[in-house]
Design a protein around this ligand. Structure first.
Ligand SMILES: Nc1ncnc2c1ncn2[C@@H]1O[C@H](COP(=O)(O)OP(=O)(O)OP(=O)(O)O)[C@@H](O)[C@H]1O
Ligand SMILES: [Mg+2]
Length: 602
């Protein structure tokens, strides 16, 4: 049962036990005063009637004379009681909300942070298997439902647990027969609200998913507007959208019909209860069993419990929903990350990186991307990986900083196996530019500084230095706002090559010992690439570097080059030795040279 999942919230409830205790105490006090009000009013009415019957000429007296009657003082005191109890009830209700609703917000905050931290611990595969929308809805919508349970539902539940016995007790001590009839419609009220509410929920859910379809569609249209326009697909897209909208409208109307039933239903049942009070109460009054005021008390009690009892159905379905949501959340929270950091600290300045017979197959596609890879990069060497598209270069780089673990074989840093090392410490020594550049919708400065360690001093200088090394400084300075220019959604659009170089600057700013550049110069021309690589040379002098590229020209002075094909290393050596081997590398080199010559002659 999903509801059982709610037990996992107990640790949070315990954390805020003091606040909750005050909240619960206030619910009790608020109800304690609330149930006094009907009694006060009933008593006042009875007393007023008594005064009237004792004073036959009361109709002829003006109000000053009425106020001077000896009994009036007592009557006024009764009225003061009504005010007093209403006021106290209100005060405690206020504190209740301040404590319980606030607690639910605090728990929501804790839960969101915990989930976010857990998301970040999970491995690449997890994010591949679950789509972003799903991850988002768990951290927003599902958490909201849990919060609704901890806030309003919890409050109403405790409220009714106090209020109902109090009211029943009060009614019982007034007249048990009348109590029985008055309360008769209430279970029906509660059950029907539960039923209607479930219908509402089901229909809302359908609408919700329809709405998310619509949003996704609109979003895709906006981000893909260039493609849509160039393929002249505006009309067909509009038709699709219209159809979805129509569907959404239909479903919304269905909900409205049910929604419209809700309120009349409650009113009807309360009406029945009131009629019963008047009818049965009237009879008892005429038989002299009860006073006039008792009827009034009962009518008021009915109104006091109406909302809590009808909300019981609503609260129940809210709790069920919270249970389901929490179940979805817990599935994620219980997912154990496939990559768990070890604790050994390795220093890339002293230790080389070794791949020993590494095999790797992508779990979800079954594609074997690396076959029997072995090599050793000693510290402070410049290495390169070349090979045709899809041969496994990026995969190799990702294994290097442990985004995945190999299926067979081992990766070691110095003598330490990758699985034993402290990943945060290890990764903080690496500057990596992924093949797919990702820039945040933020300023250029913040995008570059993202790579800096938090404790770095002199950040601005380092940033400019890194940008210069990546040969992007001048271009940034030429922008109207320089480094403060916004990029991404609401900022300027940078060219592919500019984005790549900003990404390089981000990788270099932390002064890493190991630099891994994955095809990060593919969008710049050969000359610029050469220029950047030469510039990097000075920076990379006493550092280890691994450059992944398609172009061979720039590789003249690399210490080692790995030539890959279909997941395997087929050749290895310096530029000169590889050329003299006249193998695959030579073939690729000649082909590229021919292409360049052809380009130049055109
Ligand atoms: N995340 C992934 N999930 C499943 N398969 C993948 C994934 N990434 C890559 N592959 C597959 O693994 C193989 C190697 O891909 P990889 O990206 O390492 O090649 P690459 O040499 O970097 O290519 P390119 O030069 O085009 O960047 C390819 O067959 C690819 O389809
Ligand atoms: Mg790649």
């Amino acid at each position: 049962m999903a509801i059982l999942q709610l037990a996992s919230l107990n640790k949070y409830l315990w954390k805020y036990k003091f606040r909750l205790f005050i909240g619960i105490a206030c619910i009790f006090l608020s109800n304690f005063f609330l149930v006094e009000i009907p009694n006060d009013v009933g008593r006042t009415v009875d007393y007023a009637l008594k005064i009237a019957s004792k004073t036959p000429n009361i109709n002829t007296l003006n109000w000053i004379a009425v106020l001077q009657l000896p009994d009036t003082k007592v009557l006024l005191w009764e009225i003061v009681q009504i005010f007093k109890h209403t006021f106290l009830q209100g005060i405690f209700l206020f504190i209740t909300r301040q404590t319980i609703i606030v607690t639910s917000r605090k728990i929501e905050y804790d839960l969101k942070n915990e989930m976010y931290a857990h998301y970040q611990d999970l491995d690449a595969n997890f994010f591949k298997m679950n789509n972003t929308g799903d991850l988002m809805s768990r951290i927003t919508e599902d958490v909201n439902r849990v919060r609704d349970y901890l806030g309003p539902s919890f409050m109403y539940l405790v409220n009714i647990a106090f209020l109902l016995p109090m009211v029943i007790y009060k009614m019982y001590s007034l007249n048990s027969t009348l109590m029985f009839y008055v309360l008769l419609p209430f279970p029906i009220l509660s059950l029907s609200v539960f039923y209607v509410n479930n219908l509402i929920d089901k229909r809302s859910e359908v609408i919700q998913s329809k709405l998310s379809d619509l949003t996704t569609m609109a979003q895709e249209t906006f981000s893909g507007i260039r493609v849509i326009k160039s393929f002249v697909r505006e009309k067909s897209m509009r038709n699709l959208f219209e159809k979805d909208c129509e569907d959404y409208k239909e479903k919304s109307l269905r909900l409205t019909r049910i929604d419209a039933l809700w309120f009349p239903l409650i009113t009807l049942l309360i009406g029945i209860s009131n009629v019963l009070t008047l009818y049965i109460g009237g009879k008892l009054y005429m038989n002299g069993v009860i006073t006039y005021g008792v009827i009034i008390k009962f009518m008021m009690f009915v109104n006091v419990v109406t909302f809590p009892v009808s909300s019981l159905g609503w609260v129940t379905s809210m709790i069920i929903r919270a249970g389901t949501s929490l179940k979805r959340i817990n599935v994620f929270m219980k997912t154990i990350p496939a990559i768990i950091s070890g604790s050994k600290k390795v220093n890339l300045r002293n230790d080389g990186i070794e791949f020993k017979n590494v095999n790797f197959t992508y779990p979800e596609t079954g594609i074997q991307a690396l076959k029997n890879i072995s090599f050793l990069i000693p510290p402070a060497e410049k290495w390169a990986i070349v090979g045709r598209t899809g041969c496994g270069k990026s995969t190799l780089a990702e294994l290097l900083f442990r985004r995945y673990d190999p299926n067979d074989g081992e990766i070691t840093i110095g003598a330490v196996s990758m699985k034993e090392i402290d990943l945060n410490y290890f990764r903080s020594q690496i500057g990596y530019t992924p093949q797919e550049v990702f820039l945040f919708s933020d300023t250029i400065a913040n995008n570059i500084l993202f790579g800096a360690n938090d404790e770095t001093v002199n950040r601005e200088n380092l940033m400019e230095q890194a940008a210069k090394m990546a040969s992007i400084h001048e271009e940034i300075m030429a922008l109207p706002n320089g480094y403060q220019t916004m990029v991404g959604e609401r900022g300027i659009t940078l060219s592919g090559g500019q984005k790549q170089r900003i990404s390089i600057a981000r990788a270099l700013i932390s002064q890493p010992f190991l630099v891994v550049l994955d095809d990060c110069l593919s969008a710049v021309d050969t000359q610029t690439e050469n220029f950047i690589l030469r510039q990097l040379d000075t920076f990379l002098q006493h550092k280890t570097s691994l450059v992944i590229t398609h172009r061979i020209f720039s590789l003249q002075d690399f210490d080692q080059i790995l030539m890959m094909e279909k997941g395997e290393i087929v050749e290895q050596g310096t530029h000169q030795t590889l050329l003299s081997m006249q193998g695959k590398y030579y073939e690729m080199y000649m082909q590229q040279q021919k292409e360049t010559l052809e380009e130049q002659s055109n």
